[in-house]
Design a protein around this ligand. Structure first.
Ligand code: 3HC
Ligand code: NAI
Length: 702
């Protein structure tokens, strides 16, 4: 028996325990161990029933994702699952934690299932570009009906154990010791004379609804909601097969569709995104056991757009938070905005009134710095002016207790300069939230020159507590996300000046999968904000770094984007639908040949990538996949493309470089190829292969 699967026989029961930390993924050792255990139980006359449990924090959370794309190793999961279902002795699986994907498929192949009340049960394969490939698409509709199967398989979202019970996916809820619960259930089975009951042979649920109509409606939904995605339509095809074919043939069809997904580039990109997100939590050079500071109370300085959103983040996870504003009036406005935000969630039904009351009770306001003496962390979100930041940080330095973490939400200013306003720069860190801060999951954690390891580790832990995806970045203008965005935005405006229309530029990028086109985004955030950033940058630029003038012209004409009803597009009163803006068209060249979709994509995406390579080389990002995480979670980059750096690797760095060089010749200095891009392209390597050591060592690497 493999180390990952334990097997003992006790009083007529075979007790099988999977023990493969951290999440009992069904890697090769688990699959072969399970197969062996079932064969042993089958062959042992002393065994009358089988109990399957998992050690540690969870039931099997799925196939081992790391194995996808590698040569398959026997036994495959479908073989194991079939063997369990075919066994002539009744089996019971005891679920806890997250029984997901292949883990749930193993459970479904057992003849009975019981689960802890708080267990989560699901088939999340679609989220990594796959579909359940070990019978999930055939057995779930047979047990729970087509509607529930489509809901679970196409969304990938888990359901709670009570819901699973209501839909016939499990037989009972249990509590206490898992194995004992399984033993008790198995004994009852034997006492009642209940034998094997194969999920694959159940048919009642399949006859429950109008399956053809359900399938058609789901196809239409997927077509509009996620037109670019490869696996969701195949998930539906597989469920449809369950309604049309006997189990054995349905399983063959499922396997074919699974294989198509496995070979799709989207699968590789989505799995890259899965691991990239987990990798981002690891900070090079920071020991995993670095102590962190206790955070029980927080404060936010500035109750504007960002400050209120940040305060809500704390209240949402149960951390008391004080909001400090300049005067009573500004404070009232800020607190009212917080109340309004919660009230609209209650109205939409995403928050209960009790939930709102609980959260608001954690939020208090003040205009006095002395009230912040005991807080553990402060996040400053005042105007983006160094002078104002100075006043705030000097005050904080005076009043905050030793050991308090002093954070800034600045998006462009020098964090090291801000840290120097205090006598404790080691306690200063950047926490760059994205707007709306209570909704967006990305958090850039800015490591200043003097930020201590403890403060950095505490900031990462805080990000996790706030349910954010935190990525460590170094200090530079715009950090990672906005620094790259500057190039992307600049190029998209250059394209307009060369003859493209806004809808062509945005259409090309939306067709690529971006949540919004760059020009529509600019209209949403306000052209004056973009212009302010650009104007701050202009004096620092050498003459060969010219910037397009469209923003200046639009702002001068009072067209600031959605808030004024016009910008790159025109908007009817109360509408967010972009319409052509005739006033903009007058500013654009007439009769020029518009660039093709391919040219638009190359210009905008390669501008992102070239800047990303510079950021990587400078050690501003620890690794290429961190840049991907930032773009996937903060900038609407499509997950099925894996992020800009992964996309570049897929295109091939030599191809990207050839274009960057061509643009450099034709369009000038902004397109100076990143030395790292040149180096890796020459070596035939990828950004992903350029794994870093310590951030600071990166500088010497290329
Ligand atoms: N395979 C391999 N490694 C996995 C894994 C899996 N299925 N699931 C999680 N891990 C690893 C993570 O990479 C991470 O490793 P690290 O510590 O080295 O970074 C570790 O387990 C812990 O994971 P999380 O940090 O995500 O822990 P959480 O407690 O936050 O979440 C979880 C646990 C809910 C299980 C989450 O990890 C998850 O959603 N995992 C993926 C589940 C999934 O997609 N299953 C389906 C797989 S495909 C399949 O089964 C195909 C089949 O139908 C044939
Ligand atoms: P805002 O203008 O909406 O809010 C700033 C608030 O700070 C105002 O309510 C103002 O009264 C208050 N304030 C000013 N001086 C103060 C002081 N000395 N003490 C206490 N309060 C003071 O600005 P916004 O957009 O919320 O930005 C705040 C910070 O967050 C800036 O540094 C900005 O660069 C950054 N940021 C903004 C993002 C955005 O999308 N708006 C995104 C990420 C970061």
């Amino acid at each position: 028996m493999s180390m990952a699967v334990r097997y003992v026989v006790q009083d007529e029961l075979a007790l099988i325990t999977v023990d493969n930390p951290p999440v009992n993924a069904l890697g090769h050792a688990v699959r072969s161990g399970l197969l062996q255990a079932i064969s042993d139980a089958e062959g042992d006359p002393a065994v009358r029933a089988i109990v399957l449990t998992c050690a540690g924090r969870t039931f099997m959370a799925g196939a081992d994702i790391k194995e996808f794309g590698l040569p398959p190793q026997e036994p495959s999961l479908p073989v194991v699952v079939q063997r369990i279902e075919d066994c002539s002795k009744p089996s019971v699986a005891v679920l806890h934690g997250t029984a997901l994907g292949g883990g749930l498929e193993v459970a479904l192949s057992c003849h009975y299932r019981i689960a802890r009340q708080d267990a989560q049960i699901g088939l999340p394969e679609v989220k990594i570009g796959l579909l359940p490939g070990a019978g999930g698409t055939q057995r779930v509709p047979r047990l729970a009906g087509v509607a529930k199967a489509l809901e679970m398989i196409v969304s990938g979202a888990p359901i709670g154990a009570p819901d699973a019970l209501a839909h016939g996916l499990i037989d009972e809820l249990c509590e206490g010791d898992l194995q004992q619960a399984g033993i008790n259930f198995a004994r009852r089975l034997l006492k009642d004379g209940r034998g094997v009951r194969r999920s694959g042979e159940q048919t009642a649920a399949l006859a429950q609804g109008d399956n053809a109509a359900l399938i058609q409606a789901k196809r239409a939904e997927v077509h509009t909601r996620s037109p670019g995605l490869f696996s969701p339509p195949r998930c539906i095809d597989a469920v449809e097969a369950a309604t049309q074919l006997p189990l054995a043939q349905g399983l063959v069809r499922e396997r074919e569709l699974f294989q198509q997904c496995l070979e799709s580039p989207q699968r590789a990109a989505l799995i890259h995104a899965f691991f990239a997100e987990r990798q981002a939590a690891k900070v090079n050079g920071l020991a995993a056991d670095t102590p962190t500071r206790n955070i029980e109370q927080a404060a936010v300085i500035g109750g504007g757009t960002m400050g209120v959103g940040i305060a809500l983040c704390f209240a949402n996870v149960g951390i008391p938070v004080k909001l400090l504003e300049v005067d009573g009036q500004a404070l009232d406005r800020a607190l009212q905005r917080a109340r309004d935000t919660y009230a609209s969630s209650v109205k939409r039904g995403s928050l209960s009134q009790a939930g709102m009351d609980q959260r608001l009770a954690l939020l208090s306001g003040t205009t006095q710095y002395s009230d912040l003496a005991q807080v553990d962390v402060v996040i400053e979100a005042v105007f983006e002016e160094l002078g104002v930041k100075r006043q705030v940080f000097e005050q904080l330095d005076k009043v905050c207790k030793p050991g308090a973490i002093l954070a800034s939400n600045t998006s462009t200013l020098d964090l090291n300069a801000i840290a120097a306003f205090t006598g404790r720069p080691e306690d200063v860190v950047g926490l760059h939230f994205f707007s709306p801060a209570n909704v967006m999951r990305l958090l850039e954690v800015v490591r200043g020159q003097q930020t201590s390891d403890t403060v950095l580790a505490s900031a990462m832990a805080l990000g996790k507590r706030l349910k954010k995806i935190s990525v460590v970045v170094g200090v530079c203008d715009g950090f990672v996300g906005n620094r790259m965005l500057f190039q992307y935005g600049r190029e998209s405006e250059c394209l307009l000046e060369e003859g493209a229309r806004p809808e062509q530029v945005d259409g090309a990028l939306q067709g690529f999968g971006m949540a919004m086109g760059p020009l529509a985004v600019r209209d949403l955030s306000g052209l004056d904000i973009g212009l302010a950033i650009r104007n701050r940058k202009r004096p620092t630029l050498a003459p060969e770094y010219a910037l397009p003038n469209l923003l200046d012209q639009l702002c001068a004409a009072g067209m600031l984007g959605q808030k004024t009803g016009a910008g790159f597009y025109r908007y009817e009163a109360g509408s967010r639908t972009p319409l052509p803006n005739p006033a903009l068209l007058e500013l654009l060249p007439q009769g020029a040949t518009a660039p093709s979709t391919e040219q638009i994509l190359e210009r905008t995406l390669y501008a992102l990538i070239n800047e990303g390579a510079k950021i990587l080389q400078e050690g501003i990002a620890q690794r290429a996949s961190d840049i991907d995480v930032i773009y996937l979670n903060g900038y609407g980059f499509p997950a099925f493309r894996g992020g800009p750096m992964f996309y570049a690797d897929q295109v091939g760095l030599a191809t990207v470089l050839a274009k960057v060089r061509e643009f450099h010749q034709r369009l000038g200095a902004w397109w100076q190829p990143a030395p790292l891009l040149e180096q890796l392209a020459a070596q035939g390597r990828t950004f992903s292969e350029w794994e870093t050591g310590d951030m600071n060592n990166n500088k010497d690497k290329p």
